[in-house]
Design a protein around this ligand. Structure first.
Ligand code: XLS
Ligand code: NI
Ligand code: NI
Length: 437
């Protein structure tokens, strides 16, 4: 293929670990079979629209550093030029999926009617591009953080007109996602939180968000959308405090509003770090609660305290994430969305490709290490052994609620039970993991 934006780059081949080319995959080989499944089907890689084609490289101290021919993207012609470059990149990377917000792909207007019209036009344009290139939509979403109207929140806004505008916006984005056969629909509540409790009523805002998410689910069933609805937790930024703090908090919210069987989570590495967790903690927690859906793959700076959205480059860390994903049976409708952006000095088109190649190679190595650990029972055998005491009938009865405190105490006295301390063997387990990565 030849692309106007990525001029001179026709394909990015898989060349194997010995390759020294910057524009070749060394580990990501879509057809390689890992645990009985093609690597592409394990990872289900998606490229995100916003960081690659919309973000201009700004930071709090400086303006645009990237020079893209479609900037500022405020006309439909520029939006189409942007889409052409985006689909060229999806194809060059052989990424099976992409993800987008409404705001990424159309000009932004004051009226919902104008936003809706332009989104529908771009949805049709995307449908053509998807047909032509074979790229699929992992998820769609609405941007309800950038426009000033949402500064005090979307569904949690004190003004019901903003709630209504947000509802209309999400409806439009769900309809677009449905029309493009999206496999999930994501809600990340960047401004569903507060800056100060001095002007915030927590009880009201929880009730508003609960109603809003029920509206989302009702609409999903009304239009027959078969994808999964996902909430993306994050503890803060842009809000001082965000309601969808982490996976456990989201689960409490879903339970409170009767949504725990309808909505799952999209877990982002950087957000896990901001919440004081590891990526694998959030994934394992979601698996344990039955709400694991999808992941946003990136890497947070461990010192910065904000969401740096860097491309992943630590195989051991990513391997533990995929270990828990594969242990839980792997992705169903979810996938690996690179919600990652270049550093603002990486201004060449080629940098976009190089960043994704590196990220995909890291994921490939990580998923292979995770699969090997599972196939060898390297971690599951010691784990099963650690809990083996629970297999006895007495222990099972305790769990099943068949024995009271009195009965348990009587047994402890009768048998003079004196538990023997056993090693947790953490260093041994860490050494085992290091043998795989
Ligand atoms: C921001 C979020 C955002 C979501 C999509 O921190 O990660 O990019 O993934 O709205
Ligand atoms: Ni994200
Ligand atoms: Ni993020």
């Amino acid at each position: 293929m030849s692309s106007r934006f990525f001029a001179g780059i026709d394909s990015i081949p898989f060349e194997g670990p010995e390759s020294t080319s910057a524009l070749a995959f060394r580990h990501y080989n879509p057809d390689e079979v890992v645990m009985g499944k093609r690597m592409e089907e394990h990872l289900r890689v998606a490229v995100c629209y916003w960081h690659n084609f919309v973000w201009p490289g700004t930071d709090p101290f400086g303006g645009q550093t990237f020079d893209r021919p479609w900037f500022p993207g405020d006309t439909m012609d520029l939006c189409r030029m942007k889409a052409d470059a985006a689909f060229d990149m999806f194809q060059l990377l052989k990424a099976p999926y992409f993800c987008f917000h409404d705001y990424d792909v159309r000009p932004e207007h004051d009226s919902h009617a104008d936003n809706l019209r332009d989104l529908q036009v771009m949805t049709e344009y995307f449908a053509g591009k998807m047909e032509e290139t074979g790229t699929k939509l992992l998820w769609g979403t609405a941007n309800m953080t950038s426009n000033r109207r949402f500064m005090g929140g979307a569904s949690t806004n004190p003004d019901p007109e903003v709630f209504a505008f947000a509802a209309a916006t999400v409806k439009a984005c769900m309809d677009a996602t449905h029309a493009l056969n999206g496999e999930n629909y994501v809600l990340w509540g960047g401004r569903e939180g507060y800056e100060t409790l001095l002007n915030t009523d927590l009880g009201r805002e929880d009730a508003q968000m609960g109603r809003f998410m029920n509206l989302v689910v009702e609409h999903k069933h009304r239009i027959g959308f078969k994808g999964t609805i996902l909430i993306e937790p994050k503890p803060q930024e842009p809000s001082k405090h965000q309601y969808d703090f982490d996976v456990a908090t989201v689960y409490g919210f879903l339970k409170r509003h009767g949504l725990e069987n309808e909505i799952k989570v999209n877990i982002e590495q950087g957000h896990a770090i901001l919440a004081g967790h590891t990526f694998e903690h959030e994934i394992a927690m979601a698996q344990a609660l039955g709400i694991f859906g999808s992941i946003d793959m990136n890497r947070n700076d461990y010192q910065s305290g904000w969401d740096t959205d860097q491309f992943p480059n630590s195989v051991p860390e990513v391997a533990l994430a995929y270990y828990h994903i594969l242990q839980g049976g792997g992705f169903t409708s979810g996938g690996t969305n690179f919600d990652a952006k270049l550093r603002r000095q990486s201004i060449e088109p080629e940098d976009l490709l190089i960043a994704h190649i590196g990220g995909m190679d890291v994921c490939a190595r990580a998923v292979k290490a995770a699969a090997a650990m599972i196939e060898d029972g390297a971690l599951s055998a010691p784990l099963d052994a650690r809990y083996a005491g629970w297999d006895t009938p007495e222990a099972q009865d305790m769990l099943a609620g068949k024995r009271s405190f009195e009965e348990i105490e009587a047994e402890v006295l009768a048998k003079d039970i004196q538990p023997v301390a056993k090693s947790g063997r953490q260093e041994l387990l860490e050494n085992i993991v290091n043998g795989y990565v």
